[in-house]
Design a protein around this ligand. Structure first.
Ligand code: TZP
Ligand code: MG
Length: 205
């Protein structure tokens, strides 16, 4: 999520509820209308990082490699329009998490060779959270990438909620990434429990 993802609700409160609820990773994704920049973004990022640290949850930054390096984030997530994954891997070193958004077997192969720890794939379902989102692709491409690179962790994203998450798990993902399912939940804790329950429903442990 970013500073705008939770609407009228305080983003730090939503983040803390999510951390308490048991999210495994947090990604700061600051984009779109009203996105913070400069020192305001730095301050926002530092507070998110501090909160994640208190709960021992890895703090990942979307796109902004320099910011991630400056504040010592645990990882960075880049898309196909950002710097090449190989360059980013070189810049951040081996110890940081590198995630890359991919939309095909070929992009997944390149990301993996370039040193990605995981690939993000989506949007699986329709989403209101990404202005330039591609057409929803379902889980077909995830199945193809999983088949080709069984060891490469895939994180599914885009319109995932507690009702449809099981089918994403069934496609073989290692994780699911959500924005609105959590930021717009009446009870963040209950929503996270439901999302976690979907893992079992989808055949997980
Ligand atoms: N990439 C593909 S869909 C998406 C991103 C960042 C947004 C996901 O948000 P939501 O609210 O979980 O659909
Ligand atoms: Mg990007």
């Amino acid at each position: 999520m970013g500073s705008q993802s939770s609407g009228a609700r305080d983003p730090f409160q939503v983040l803390e509820e999510a951390l308490k609820g048991g999210i495994s990773h947090f990604q700061l994704r600051e984009k779109g209308v009203g996105a913070l920049t400069g020192s305001a973004l730095l301050e926002f990022a530092l507070r998110c990082q501090q909160l994640c640290g208190e709960y021992g949850v890895p703090f990942i930054i979307n796109d902004q490699v320099e910011l991630a390096c400056r504040i010592g984030a645990d990882g960075i997530h880049i898309g196909q329009d950002d710097a090449a994954a190989s360059q980013v891997r070189q810049r951040i070193g081996e110890d940081k998490i590198l995630g890359v958004s991919v939309h095909s077997v070929q992009e997944a192969e390149i990301a993996s060779k370039d040193g990605a720890d995981y690939v993000g794939m989506g949007p699986i379902f329709g989403t209101m959270s990404k202005a330039d989102a591609k057409k929803p692709a379902g889980v077909k491409k995830i199945l193809a990438v999983k088949n080709e690179f069984p060891e490469l962790p895939i994180v599914g994203i885009g319109g995932i909620n507690s009702e449809n998450a099981a089918q994403v798990w069934r496609a073989g993902v290692s994780g699911i990434a959500v924005i609105s399912a959590i930021t717009k939940a009446e009870s963040v804790a209950e929503r996270i429990s439901a999302l976690k329950a979907s893992h079992k429903e989808g055949g997980g442990e």
